[in-house]
Design a binder for this molecule. Sequence first.
Ligand code: NDP
Ligand code: 2IT
Length: 449
Amino acid sequence: MALSNAYLKDVFETVSKRNCGEKEFLQAVSEVLESLEPVIEKRPDLVEAGVIDRIVEPERVIIFRVPWVDDNGKVQVNRGFRVQFNSAIGPYKGGLRLHPSVCASVIKFLGFEQIFKNSLTGLPMGGGKGGSDFDPKGKSDMEIMRFCQSFMTELSKHIGADTDVPAGDIGVGAREIGYLFGQYKRLRNEFVGVLTGKGLTYGGSLARKEATGYGLCYFTSEMLSCMANTSFEGKTVVVSGSGNVAIYATEKATELGAKVVALSDSNGYIYDPNGIQLDIVKDIKEVKRGRIKEYVDRVPGSTYTEGCKGIWTIKCDIALPCATQNEIDKESAEALVANGVMCVSEGANMPSTPEAIETFQKAGILFGPAKAANAGGVATSGLEMSQNSERLSWTFEEVDAKLKGIMINIFHNAYNAANEYSQAGNLVAGANIAGFLKIAEAMKAQGVC
Ligand code: NDP
Ligand code: 2IT
């Protein structure tokens, strides 16, 4: 921990004590506090208003039992979470994750990051996150439905279109959002925009499915153009994961002239030197809910390797981590740098460890931090909320154009904030500072609450 300011050290010590052993949460807080060192020198008023002491403590943490019955008639119990982290600039907003690794630390790190990300979008959304340690893999549709109905039975007591608006994340896509929405409507007897990522027949937004991956590429394009006078054209790209974010990052990077040569899942990675055939990936993942290794049965010349970490040893110009937290460690970062990577931009949340980020920064590589680079998903969720409120649906082109504008703005806000606070070129600092300042002004204006 490289904090030098005594006050920030003190804040971090309190957070460490209160959240003992929650390593992902402490990792996320520590990065933001480091970025804020130059801010508190210029803005003692924010320290005096207790903004930093308050922002690291969630407004509310809800933990609940999720009982459901499997296809064999056996009772199963999972643990549900919703962390309502900060509502200074709007209703809590953020996804729901279903994965066996979900615990308080993971949901709190995601909820904390979401505060700053949502602020960067320029839309009025607070920060929140939720989920469960339920593992959707290998479950039947009926099991998924029963789980979602049970989860929403409790969650519905705490959310609302003007209170807290969940969406998807790992393990939660259109199918799960549908079951969750149906149960909320039934329990509350109201048809409202309480979730985003909805199906197009019941209030969803065009381009929400594509938004995180597309937004990542719009952000990265702007970074490449403004900071290195180059583009995706002719670049070799490695994308990790093969879920929602990875698929649409691959689609947009390819459309922008790059060749994506690798994708992965938690078991291993595929390499296709001719460029990934995305229609085949979509069929395997979106239609059949299969595994990425099935690609090699259908595409001659491609290979599959067990173990997901090896994907970072593939030579590439641009790396887009789109799977999960801490998937790039120091060793993987060094392998990327040794192979000549010129840009790393984060589609997943916190995919690079602090040591990996340091490795990229020392090597002078363009680095797009998650809070800024993957904000396109939640930004388009914000656009879905606007459409629901006005009871209108915009065209794909309208939503996509707004998304692009938002991502370009996020890049420039982060870039300019980094400059203003003597951190030129450091988009980690820039994104944290720009995201923080808007929240901090709102918290100060609203008094101690
Ligand atoms: P999906 O569930 O659609 O896909 C997740 C992908 O990541 C799968 O390929 C999965 O492989 C892989 N993965 C998950 N956990 C691990 C792990 N522990 N090790 C290796 N691979 C893993 O999720 P999304 O695409 O929606 O989310 C991906 C990332 O993007 C997450 O970090 C999420 O928080 C972030 N994000 C998502 C947004 C969205 O709108 N969906 C918005 C912003 C960020 P497997 O099938 O083997 O589990
Ligand atoms: O991490 C994220 O920003 C998301 N999973 C999307 C959240 C949202 O509310 O659309």
